[in-house]
Design a protein around this ligand. Structure first.
Ligand code: UDP
Ligand code: MG
Length: 139
């Protein structure tokens, strides 16, 4: 294991519901250092680009609509084994399968509106961080 960076989004459902603070607290309690954090709103083109890997999936259109419906909070995070560690704190994509104590178990409504994004591998983390942050901005 080594110190690693990952990327996360507090999705529009959680921002609108006022859950961002509690989600961030859970992330910080899990030992993550916040290197960058910003509220923004995705355009349709940005959401399509960010989730391009899913563009052939049946849920793609709904996902783009969801991710553009309101403000999001994007975060650059650092920790030992950050990518895998964040996925553990998030819980399963479908909150029905998420473990007790995870962010999705606590806050996600369903498999689509599931409150948080986290990179799935170090390579995607690097791409996703670069999508939203310039290296010079990360403290
Ligand atoms: N998603 C959906 N329906 C599905 C699977 C995924 O709406 O059947 C949405 C959900 O918001 C999910 C995102 O698409 O978080 C990306 O899917 P992925 O399989 O990458 O899940 P994640 O990495 O977010 O756990
Ligand atoms: Mg994913």
């Amino acid at each position: 294991m080594s110190v690693e960076r990952t990327f996360s989004i507090i999705k529009p459902d959680a921002v609108a519901a006022g859950q961002a603070g509690e989600i961030l607290a859970m992330i910080q309690k899990a030992g993550f250092k916040v290197l960058g954090l910003r509220m923004t709103r995705l355009t349709e083109t940005q959401a399509q680009g960010f989730y391009a890997v899913h563009k052939e999936r049946p849920f793609f259109e709904g996902l783009v609509k969801f991710m553009t419906e309101g403000p999001i909070i994007v975060m650059a995070l650092e920790r030992e084994d950050a990518v895998k560690g964040l996925r553990e704190v998030m819980g399963a994509t479908n909150p029905a399968n998420a473990a007790e104590g995870t962010i999705r178990k606590r806050f996600a409504a369903n498999i689509e509106r599931n409150c948080i994004h986290g990179s799935d591998a170090p390579e995607t983390a690097a791409q996703e961080l670069a999508f939203f942050f310039s290296t010079a901005d990360l403290l």
